[in-house]
Design a protein around this ligand. Structure first.
Ligand code: ADP
Ligand code: MG
Length: 612
């Protein structure tokens, strides 16, 4: 007797549901995408108990007639593609015709839909994939879908749902992604009867972002001016140097309007930030990429969030250049978007301003309450842990903002800026304490020195070359076969950095010169630790060749000695040099060099409310 059987439609839908519908957030994603595909300009998302009790999406889109309403619950029923040519260039969110039947097969599902001028709408109820009722529905144009008791008929799947808080957080993330991608539509999110977000339609993405992340955070974003490279256009907003997060929640990239993930994207962004991003941190981006839909395949992932690019190198480079250009130009930006001071690296927002993204129903918190409680009270992007800076700092714009200086007046500005800081003392032989108009400023002497050296070295490499010193006795560096490989591949880059090395027998390199700033009492030990770090870097990077910046960064780290006691004039000139840097606010490894604690911050901590 044969053993192979064709699955019943109901069973097939449940199996498919495993791929498309993993949790409430995936239901929200599919239904919101359907609403957008139907041309909706108003979308309301309501959930109860993190979505496991109820998810309800209401839109004012095109609606369906009765026949389509019945048909949309069939597997592979879609109005969006007809042929395999359509599949090669998808313009809608949906196209698989799987979402509705899948969702309906694992929940108590209700659909109410009506086309604009129809005399009556249609109401359908499906329980666990079985149609249980069809009746006339209200004649309000648009569609409402209710999904109750998700996975009620699949206890094993239901068990996999996480806590309400976690599921809700995921729902909210989906909501935000769509809200940012489609600012032309008004979005509302309701959680257990409370309005969390109510975002009016707008033509300005920034306004939408502000509505989601709050003014303070939005103010720290730099606009990425739209440029096209390799037929890929990139525009949007990114966080300035030193502004990062410990997870990827705010690393958002849309491809032709769809939030997507791809290693090429992560690498591109990381490369773009290179020295402006701390290790283990993720950039904050809201980027919109546009490219020909023929140039990628979206059909590789059932939830359509991972894409495969035909030319991922171009994607990577387009993103990387968009980011690095923006960071490099950022100092010449007009007021409002970013004064130089607005780039002070932003620390952990352990204690978000109560005014950040306060949902209308939530009471403003004004008493100082422990950080942990605050974050659990308000789960918003601003309260997520960001870079592990020791102190939260605020970057309130200058009360008396100095206009941004043109490039030729730069040095003068820096002098002025340096005189804004009065050095008070040095903490732990490392942190330089300074007083500014706005409060306390701390400089990490070590990080500052690294940044200064790094930029000097990079400038020298681009112009006259790095000053070197010929060693009286060449250094014989014995390394592992693997490190030998690595160094031999990078001899040219090393030479540009002032390290002239040549192969000298088995696993040995003869080193004739070192950059002057790298000379030390024990050059061999210095070189060994330098090589060790390069080797560990090369393991993490995907490219065979080490970037020059990478080598330079490492060289600087090894050149700067920790906890050197510097005198006042030396500190003064270090500060001056630092402020003259292109990217003064973080070291080449992305750690902050300067941290500011404003008076209002201090007033808050000591329980004095700042006047006004
Ligand atoms: P897909 O989106 O891949 O086509 P779905 O199962 O999500 O598949 O939806 C099936 C069809 O139902 C869609 O192609 C569309 O014609 C119709 N539909 C679904 N949701 C809506 C909606 N909110 N408004 C109007 N039509 C809808
Ligand atoms: Mg769909």
């Amino acid at each position: 007797m044969s053993k192979i059987r064709i699955l019943s439609d109901a069973l097939a839908s449940q199996v498919a549901a495993g791929e498309v519908v993993a949790r409430p957030a995936s239901v929200v994603r599919e239904l919101v995408e359907n609403s957008l595909d139907a041309g909706a300009t108003q979308i309301e998302v309501a959930v109860q108990s993190g979505g496991s009790a109820l998810i309800r999406i209401t839109d004012n889109g095109a609606g369906m007639d009765r026949e389509d309403a019945m048909l949309c619950l069939e597997r592979h029923a879609t109005s969006k593609i007809r042929s395999k040519e359509d599949l090669a260039a998808i313009h809608t969110f949906g196209f698989r015709g799987e979402a509705l039947p899948s969702i309906a097969s694992v929940s108590r599902f209700k659909l109410v839909t009506c086309q604009p001028s129809a005399p009556a709408g249609t109401e359908l109820e499906v329980h666990g994939g079985k149609l249980v009722a069809v009746r006339d529905g209200v004649a309000a144009p648009g569609t409402m879908i209710e999904v109750r008791s998700l996975f009620y008929n699949l206890p094993a799947r239901r068990k996999f749902l996480r806590t309400e808080t976690t599921e809700y957080a995921q729902v909210e993330q989906q909501f935000r992604l769509h809200a940012i991608a489609s600012p032309h539509a008004a979005f509302t999110l309701i959680k257990d009867g409370e309005i969390m977000y109510h975002l009016p339609a707008t033509t300005d993405v920034m306004e939408r972002i502000r509505g989601l992340v709050g003014d303070e955070l939005a103010m720290r974003l730099l606009p990425v001016l739209e440029v096209e490279r390799f037929n890929i256009s990139v525009a949007g907003y990114i966080g300035g140097p030193g502004f990062s997060r410990s997870n990827r929640q705010m690393q958002v990239v849309f491809l032709n309007g769809r939030a997507i993930e791809s290693p090429a994207i992560y690498h591109g962004l990381r490369e773009g930030y290179h020295t402006a991003l701390m290790k283990g941190q993720h950039p904050v981006t809201f980027l919109f990429m546009r490219m020909d839909p023929h140039a990628y395949d979206i059909n590789v992932h059932p939830a359509k969030k991972e894409v495969r690019f035909h030319d991922s190198q171009s994607v990577r480079e387009a993103l990387s250049r968009a980011v690095s250009d923006t960071l490099n130009q950022s100092r010449a930006l007009p007021q409002g978007h970013a004064t130089p001071r607005a780039f002070l690296p932003v620390g952990l927002d352990f204690e978000p301003e109560p005014s950040l993204v306060t949902p209308p129903m939530v009471e403003q918190v004004s008493l100082p309450i422990p950080a942990a409680e605050q974050t659990s009270l308000r789960r918003d992007w601003a309260s997520l842990p960001a870079s592990p800076a020791p102190l939260p700092i605020s970057n309130r714009p200058l009360s008396d903002p100095t206009p941004v200086q043109p490039e030729n007046a730069k040095r003068k500005t820096e002098n002025a800026a340096a005189s804004d800081y009065k050095i008070i003392g040095v903490l732990n032989k490392l942190y330089v304490l300074m007083e500014s108009n706005e409060g306390l400023v701390l400089m990490d002497q070590h990080a500052a020195h690294e940044r200064v050296l790094f930029e000097k070295m990079r400038r020298a490499m681009e112009t006259e070359g790095v000053p070197t010193q010929r060693l009286l006795m060449p250094l014989m560096l014995h390394v592992s076969p693997r490190d030998y490989e690595l160094l031999s591949r990078n001899l040219a880059a090393l030479a540009r950095l002032g390290i002239e090395a040549e192969p000298f027998g088995a696993n040995t390199l003869k080193i004739d010169t070192l950059p002057t700033f790298m000379t030390s009492d024990d050059p061999l030990a210095l070189m060994n630790s330098f090589v060790e770090e390069l080797a560990s870097l090369s393991q993490r990077s995907s490219t065979l060749r080490l970037g020059e910046d990478m080598i330079a960064t490492t060289a600087c780290r090894h050149a700067v000695k920790a906890n050197d006691r510097l005198r006042q004039p030396e500190l003064q000139s270090l500060l001056l040099d630092l402020l003259a840097c292109e990217m003064p606010y973080c070291c080449p490894h992305g750690r902050p060099t300067l941290i500011q604690i404003t008076y209002s911050e201090l007033d808050r901590k000591f329980g004095r409310r700042a006047p006004g």
